[in-house]
Design a protein around this ligand. Sequence first.
Ligand SMILES: *[C@@H]1O[C@H](CO)[C@@H](O)[C@H](O)[C@H]1NC(C)=O
Ligand SMILES: *[C@@H]1O[C@H](CO)[C@@H](O)[C@H](O)[C@H]1NC(C)=O
Ligand SMILES: *[C@@H]1O[C@H](CO)[C@@H](O)[C@H](O)[C@H]1NC(C)=O
Ligand SMILES: *[C@@H]1O[C@H](CO)[C@@H](O)[C@H](O)[C@H]1NC(C)=O
Ligand SMILES: *[C@@H]1O[C@H](CO)[C@@H](O)[C@H](O)[C@H]1NC(C)=O
Ligand SMILES: *[C@@H]1O[C@H](CO)[C@@H](O)[C@H](O)[C@H]1NC(C)=O
Ligand SMILES: *[C@@H]1O[C@H](CO)[C@@H](O)[C@H](O)[C@H]1NC(C)=O
Ligand SMILES: *[C@@H]1O[C@H](CO)[C@@H](O)[C@H](O)[C@H]1NC(C)=O
Length: 432
Amino acid sequence: MRFLISALCVIVLFSYAAAYDPLDPNGNITIKWDVVSWTPDGYVAVVTMSNFQMYRHIMNPGWTLGWSWAKKEVIWSMVGSQTTEQGDCSKFKGNVPHCCKKTPTVVDLLPGVPYNQQFSNCCKGGVVAAWGQDPSSAVSSFQISVGQGGTSNKTVKLPKNFTLLAPGPGYTCGPAKIVPSTTFLTADKRRKTQALMTWNVTCTYSQFLARKNPSCCVSLSSFYNETITPCASCACGCQNKKNCVKGHSKFLDMVGFHTPKKDNEPLLQCTHHMCPIRVHWHVKVNYKDYWRVKIAVTNFNYRLNYSLWTLAVQHPNLNNVTQVFSFDYKPLLPYQSINDTGMFYGMKFFNDLLMEAGPSGNVQSEVLLQKNKDTFTLNQGWAFPRRVYFNGEECMMPSPDTYPFLPNSSPVNVLNFPTSILSLLLVLLVVW
Ligand SMILES: *[C@@H]1O[C@H](CO)[C@@H](O)[C@H](O)[C@H]1NC(C)=O
Ligand SMILES: *[C@@H]1O[C@H](CO)[C@@H](O)[C@H](O)[C@H]1NC(C)=O
Ligand SMILES: *[C@@H]1O[C@H](CO)[C@@H](O)[C@H](O)[C@H]1NC(C)=O
Ligand SMILES: *[C@@H]1O[C@H](CO)[C@@H](O)[C@H](O)[C@H]1NC(C)=O
Ligand SMILES: *[C@@H]1O[C@H](CO)[C@@H](O)[C@H](O)[C@H]1NC(C)=O
Ligand SMILES: *[C@@H]1O[C@H](CO)[C@@H](O)[C@H](O)[C@H]1NC(C)=O
Ligand SMILES: *[C@@H]1O[C@H](CO)[C@@H](O)[C@H](O)[C@H]1NC(C)=O
Ligand SMILES: *[C@@H]1O[C@H](CO)[C@@H](O)[C@H](O)[C@H]1NC(C)=O
C-alpha cells in the first residue's frame, strides 16, 4: 500500500513536471494549416506557426517542423521555407517535387533570401518572439503546395505525428484537428475571404522533456549583509567541467573559437555552478516608501549570443513596479487575479542581444518598487525572488538557508558605508 502511494506520488509529480507551466498555464505553439486552393492532384496551404507563449521564444538557430504524410503526398513547392532533404523523387519524370519524403523536415529560410522566395512572416532563420514580448514577431509562416493528396475536404487526409524542435526537444504536439475555416481580410480591408479548410495542431512545452539539468542559476546579495550567496555548486550539472575554459585564457582570441557548433554544444567558462546563464539579484536600497533591486544576467557560454532573451520573475511585490531602468518590463497575469509575475527583456538595439561570454557578456537593470506596507520586509529572504526563468527555463535558486541573513541586532535602515563596499563587490562579481 505504502509503495502504491509513493508510486502514485511519483506519477503525479512526473505528470506535474511534464504538463504544467506555473507562469504560463495556457501557453502553447499553434500550427495552423489553411487550404487556400485545391489543385488537380492536391492542395495549396498556408501554414502559420503562432507562439502564444508569453515569455518563451524560439531562439537561433530556429525551429524545425516535421510531420508524417497520411497518404503518398509529395511537396511540389514551398515559399518562405524549405525541407532539409529532398528524399527519393526518382519516380518523377519532368517536374520533380521539392520533397518526396514520407516524413519531411521543414526549416525557415534565412533573412535576405530573394523576394520571389519570401512569404509574409517568413525568413527570420526560424527565430520567433514570445507573445508577451512582441505579438507581431511571434508568428512564422510559409506556403506549401502538396501533390498526390486529397483534392477536396472529403478526400484530404490530415498530416500526422507533428514534431517541433526549437532548438532541441521540449515540445510535444497533439494531433491535427479540423477547426472552423479562417477568414482573411483583403489588403484594402473591403472584402473577406475564407480558407477552404483549416486544421490546427497545438504543441506544448515541457522543460522536463527538454533537458536533464537547469540551464541557469540564481545568485543573491543585499545591502544589509555582505555575504554573497552564490549559485549552488554544479547547479547545471558538472558534466561539461572537463572542457570548460578558464577565464582570461589566450585561447579566447584564437580565430574560430567562438564559432557556434552544429550540435549546439556550449563552450562554458569554468565556474563552480557550470551554468550557461547566471541571474544575480541584489537588494540595493531600502527607502521609506520604495525599495530598489539590481538585476544582472551573465552569459558564460562562449559559443552563443542570446537574441531576444527574456527573464521572467515571480515576486509578491511585482504588482507595484514603479520604474524599470535599461530593460523593458511587462507584467504577466497567469491567473488573472494574481499579479506577482513579470517579464523583463532587452531594449531593441540596446541590450536585446546578450553577447557571448566575455567582457560584454552581461546585461543589467535596476528596478524601483513601491513598498506594499503590509507585506514588505527584509526578513527571511522576502526581498528575493520566488522563481526566476531565463528564456522560459526555470533557473536553479540557491538553498534558502544560504540566503543573506538580516542581522538581528542592527536596525533596518540604509547603511551607506557597507552599500558602497557591496556595490564594489558586486561590480567585481559581475566582471568575474
Ligand atoms: C493555445 O493557446 C491559445 C492562446 O493562448 C489558446 O486560445 C488555446 O486554447 C490553446 N490551446 C490549447 C490546446 O491549449
Ligand atoms: C466541405 O466543403 C463543402 C462545400 O464544398 C461544405 O459544405 C462542407 O461543410 C465542407 N466540410 C468541411 C469538413 O469543411
Ligand atoms: C507516428 O509516430 C508513432 C510513434 O512515434 C509511430 O508508431 C507511427 O507509426 C507514426 N505514424 C506515422 C503515420 O508515421
Ligand atoms: C487554431 O489556431 C488559431 C491560431 O493559429 C487560433 O486562433 C484558433 O483559435 C485555433 N482554433 C482552435 C479550435 O484551437
Ligand atoms: C555574437 O555577436 C557578435 C556581434 O554581432 C559577433 O561578432 C559574434 O561572432 C557573435 N558570437 C557568436 C558566438 O555567434
Ligand atoms: C500589475 O502590476 C503592474 C505593475 O507591475 C501594474 O502596472 C498593473 O496595473 C497591474 N495589473 C493588475 C491587473 O493589477
Ligand atoms: C500595489 O498594487 C496593488 C495591486 O496592483 C494596489 O492595490 C496597491 O494600491 C498598490 N500600492 C501599494 C502601496 O500597495
Ligand atoms: C549574513 O548572512 C549569512 C548567510 O545567511 C549569515 O550566515 C550571516 O550571519 C549574516 N551576517 C550577519 C552580519 O548577520
